[in-house]
Write a protein that binds this ligand. Structure first.
Ligand code: ADP
Length: 163
């Protein structure tokens, strides 16, 4: 029997958007198992704690039987090896993503030649969407209904009330 192909999809997911879900959907059809993993050692202060981000990811990916949610700190390639993952999935929205992603994927290849980064493009309606846009819009009570699932909207509203 052929080996299972395990892919990891790392990111900040602060919070998960419909663009992320589009990529998760595509990855779940391509690979035997997809581990969506929240990066913990990022130099920015997130709006949602890692537990909140994982909770939301779990909620919105319930229907995908081959998708797991996790978090990691340290080097991504070490995390990939530990989880026997041979693929790193990243989303490419526009040319603006390219430079950084290109650099990161070649660096990761140097560190772990057997781990391949694969870029997936979302539906064009999500190409301008990112989590910081959602956070900004929500802060000023803008309409984000087309950008994030209902449960994420609810949690953003709760955050707003706490401010
Ligand atoms: P990071 O801080 O690692 O960029 P993000 O949570 O912003 O974390 O994104 C994680 C991954 O998802 C990245 O590969 C990013 O390019 C991709 N991504 C984010 N938003 C979208 C979107 N709207 N469509 C497709 N891919 C996206």
């Amino acid at each position: 029997m052929k080996n299972k192909i395990i892919a990891i999809y790392p990111g900040t997911f602060d919070p998960v958007t419909n663009g992320h879900i589009d990529i998760i959907d595509r990855a779940s059809q391509l690979f035997d198992e997809v581990i969506v993993t929240v990066a913990l050692n990022i130099n920015k202060t997130p709006l949602f704690s890692s537990d909140e981000r994982k909770f939301l990811l779990k909620e919105v990916t319930k229907k995908y039987k081959n998708v797991k949610i996790d978090s990691f700190s340290g080097l991504l390639v070490d995390y990939a090896k530990k989880n026997k993952a041979s693929v790193i999935v990243r989303g490419l929205r526009a040319v603006s993503d390219f430079e950084y992603e290109f650099q990161m994927s070649l660096t990761n290849r140097k560190l772990a030649p057997k781990v391949t980064t694969i870029f997936l493009m979302p539906n064009e309606k999500y190409t301008y969407l990112n989590s910081s846009l959602v956070r900004e819009l929500s802060k000023f009570n803008g309409d984000i209904s087309g950008f994030v699932p209902a449960i994420v909207r609810k949690k953003l509203k709760e955050k707003r009330k706490k401010d």
